[in-house]
Write a protein of this length. Structure first.
Length: 407
């Protein structure tokens, strides 16, 4: 496994392939709908939480989509289940659009309750993790080895621009002027758009290995990673990096109210600021291909850790947006660089198991971190929870250095 591929095409060269461009456009528009949910979901939760503590309710709702989806993705990553990536992504789009359409209608009708919301998210996101890894597998397989780094970077651009800029800002405005139910319906529409893009642009054979894994048996992704110790150790680092981030997601809706004194639109602006910084960082990924990727990943961890600590010291929305924007700038290259580094050392017939297991490991940090984040914020307060998140991430630095730099 090397730090960089010998030949990497640019963003512009990869986008000349109409099939790749079409899938990426569908991915972009789907992320806009999901970005609205970042703002709408906590607002909806706080409106129906009842007697349950606010932080606990937000944590449960944010964690629900990861439970069943993590179980399915683990079965795929460990070689227990073999489903073509295209099929998984289609199933994810269909189930997600149906679920959010129902939840949106119930919200608009005033009949949505917290148990129904949690149950809907639990079932409707069954293919979420597998679908996420399938997007990456399909796009990188169509672009080929020389286009892998650029595609991973463009997926990061899509995520930051749509998920953290356009989506939250539009979602905040929609929630403030109409209701959270409208944003839920918008996410259902985004899933349908991605479904159309997949059907029209992705060949049925994309992401497959020509039957090699079926002939030889599907090997566990963990067994494959064990043959690549750096990748296995990096997975552990990435898991805790994401785990220590999750209390921030629980704290932000409360942080906007006190000390910032804002509302849903302010929460959207704060996420939008992160997105602007992350978008700039993601567009610069293409310029980072010649840097030592191991050292780059460690630097990102250290710089991001300063962000929540700085937020805890801020009581002004404008300053908070600047801090969060700078955090997004340094955080954005982490995922594209990590995935490119991982995929460069994995054979074609090993991609689905390894990438799905890797995605599952990183996403598993979300429900666990959110579940821990609720009690943490309740006990330490908003500012205390943000500081603890940053300090724990700083403590991850020496662990990351030993794990990634050791040959």
């Amino acid at each position: 496994m090397t730090d960089a591929s010998p030949v990497n095409r640019s963003y512009r060269e990869v986008l000349r392939d109409r099939r790749v461009a079409g899938l990426l456009v569908g991915d972009l528009l789907a992320h806009v709908g999901t970005g609205m949910i970042i703002v709408a979901m906590p607002v909806q939760t706080l409106a129906i939480h009842g007697s349950m503590p606010k932080a606990i309710a937000v944590g449960l709702v944010e964690a629900a989509p990861f439970v069943l989806s993590t179980m399915l993705a683990l079965a795929i990553g460990l070689g227990r289940v073999r489903v073509p990536p295209r099929t998984l992504l289609v199933a994810d789009c269909v189930l997600r659009s149906a679920t959010f359409a129902v939840l949106g209608w119930l919200s608009l009708a005033g009949r949505l309750t917290l148990p129904v919301l949690i149950g809907g998210l639990l079932i409707g996101a069954t293919f979420r993790v597998a679908g996420s890894s399938s997007r990456r597998l399909l796009a990188t397989s169509m672009a080929g080895e020389s286009g892998r780094f650029a595609v991973n970077g463009l997926l990061g651009v899509n995520q930051t621009f749509a998920l953290y800029i356009v989506g939250p800002v539009v979602g905040g405005l929609i929630v403030a002027t109409t209701s959270a139910g409208v944003a839920l319906l918008a996410d259902a529409a985004g899933a349908l758009i991605l479904l159309v893009a997949v059907v029209l642009t992705v060949p049925r054979s994309a992401g497959d290995d020509g039957g090699r894994s079926r002939a030889a048996g599907v090997e566990s992704g963990w067994r494959i990673l064990r043959r690549r110790p750096v990748a296995a150790r990096l997975l552990v680092v990435v898991f805790f990096f994401d785990f220590f981030y999750m209390p921030i997601a629980v704290a932000l809706p409360l942080y906007v109210g006190d000390p910032l004194g804002g509302d849903a639109s302010s929460l959207g602006l704060l996420w939008g600021a992160l997105g602007v910084g992350a978008f700039v960082g993601a567009t610069l990924v293409d310029r980072l291909r010649n840097l030592p990727q191991r050292h780059l990943l460690i630097a990102i961890i250290g710089l991001w850790a300063l962000c929540p600590i700085a937020l805890a010291l801020v009581d002004d929305l404008t300053v908070a947006m600047i801090v969060f924007g700078l955090g997004g700038l340094v955080w954005a290259p982490f995922t594209p660089v990590a995935y490119s580094f991982l995929q460069s050392g994995v054979a074609a017939h090993e991609q689905q198991q390894v990438v799905t297991l890797w995605t599952t490991g990183t996403m598993l940090a979300a429900p666990l971190g959110l579940a821990a984040g609720g009690p943490l914020i309740e006990a330490a307060g908003t500012a205390g929870g943000l500081v603890i998140s940053g300090v724990l991430t700083l403590l991850l630095l020496p662990v990351a250095a030993l794990a990634v730099l050791r040959r």
